[in-house]
Design a protein around this ligand. Sequence first.
Ligand code: NAP
Length: 546
Amino acid sequence: MTPATLQTSPVTGAASATWDAIIIGAGMSGLYQQIRLRELGMKVRVFEAGTGVGGTWYWNRYPGCRFDSESYSYGFSFDKELLQEWSWSEHFAPQPETERYLNLVADKYDLRRDIQFSARVKAARWDEVDRLWTVTLDSGSRHRSRFLITAIGALSAPTMPDFPGMDAFEGEAYHTGLWPKTPVDFTGKRVAVIGTGASGVQTIQEVAKAAAQLTVFQRTPNWCAPLHNGRIPPEEMAAIRARYDEIFRRCDETFSCFLHTPDPRNTFDVSAEEREAFLEKLYSERGFGIWVGNFKDILTNRAANEEISRFVADKIRQRVKDPKVAELLIPKNHGFGTRRVPLETRYYECYNQPNVALVDTRATPIERITPTGIRTSDAEYGFDIIVYATGFDALRGAFDRIDFTGRDGVALKEKWQGGATSLVGMLQDGFPNMFMLLGPHTALGNIPRSIEFNVDWVTRLLRHLQENSLTYAEARPDAVARWMDHVMEVAQGLLSMEVDSWMTGVNRNVAGRQTRVVARYTGSAPTYRAWANGIADRGYAELVLA
Ligand code: NAP
């Protein structure tokens, strides 16, 4: 596709420009897609709501924010030169470093010249006559393109609770996913953190160091495990650089693209002593090993899951001095690993500090936010700062916040009323020429690995269209149905499907997200890639091309 091709298509209305492709979002997926489309010679426009690149790493600036993937498994793998130039300072790099890294990528490839910042997309409508998408920004300006690529993230639509009185709070209030660029000073302050997911846990650990008083409002405890972060000295970084091919090959082979992969044994294949020793080893090692490198049956076999849960509960009891607080921190309504496991650094020890208190909001619910703090059913607390670590409308939330209208005037929200569908998470029948980089039912896990695969898959499809003088691609409904059957099938028997969390599409703060659904792809990344590659290898028979 060249800009010249597009000129043959009459542009109607008052759109300011016509592009080969519009990308929504300048996070990791948007940036990489932009690089690949330029290689195809496409005229590309990127609309980004923020004032800078980075997506997740632009918005989530809360104290202590970092990823739980090993840094060297997280960066882009496509640019071997960049891999040799860049040094990660820690095994799990903090947010400012990852934001700097993504800015470096944007600089190196001179990406900003095609990105419009402070440009939030409000609507995107397929125009059947011209076979173009019209994208409308919040500002009202309209832009047209042949292809539309959503790079809007899977955890990017922050959600707030709706306690009465929130607007009248006279102190400072922040959501972790919409953190200000100017640093927030917690020194000597009375601080509330509401929420104990991965964002809350990281925030609590940091705020506990500075605040005069930190009160954590917990509704559901999560099973957390040690991150075991550490600095990477230059000589170790040099050794990592020499191993990059091997590192990324391993990520390609594992279930969810992490460096960790399930142990081939079942929990009860080994003696109690051997089991305990293995769990101790995992608990003492870096990263997600205890979750995704554990005995292979911990997430499917109830007794095996009880065993690992018992092990981690004992650890919490050992680490938290007050037995009552320890019991409150041990999940009772779900087993270890059936929700996303937050990795932590001295999280449990925070509760041994005299300046940290835990409030169980199931026992004493928050009744309202007052001008000076929080009132629960049994107490009134004064705060200078309230942090809402209350999560995201995950997976489809970012899609619902844009009015996508496809063929025959059908809205995506309407199409997804009974639950989101897709073909390999990237295409949707009725929405021609729209490609979703992290759409519902794509493989997640170590996200940059999924991003690189998905971008390359979309790029391959666009190259195929270009080489065959085609301008139209749409998933066939029967192909979507077959993929969705597979998505449903692989979710069978997973203990996580019995638990409320963003992974099962539940968010109590969002209407219509109260019941569990199969919200994500739970099969392995290699299976996902084989399915997606099969579509391409068969010449896209599952798509209508024209
Ligand atoms: P989350 O896991 O959905 O946690 C939200 C928290 O807010 C939960 O504890 C929830 O309680 C609580 N909450 C929401 N509304 C509430 C209310 N009205 N009253 C009391 N509590 C309320 O969100 P998150 O922590 O932002 O993490 C989301 C995902 O982002 C993670 O699972 C992870 O995939 C990703 N993430 C990754 C990292 C990392 O790599 N280290 C860091 C942050 C986020 P309930 O559980 O009872 O609903």
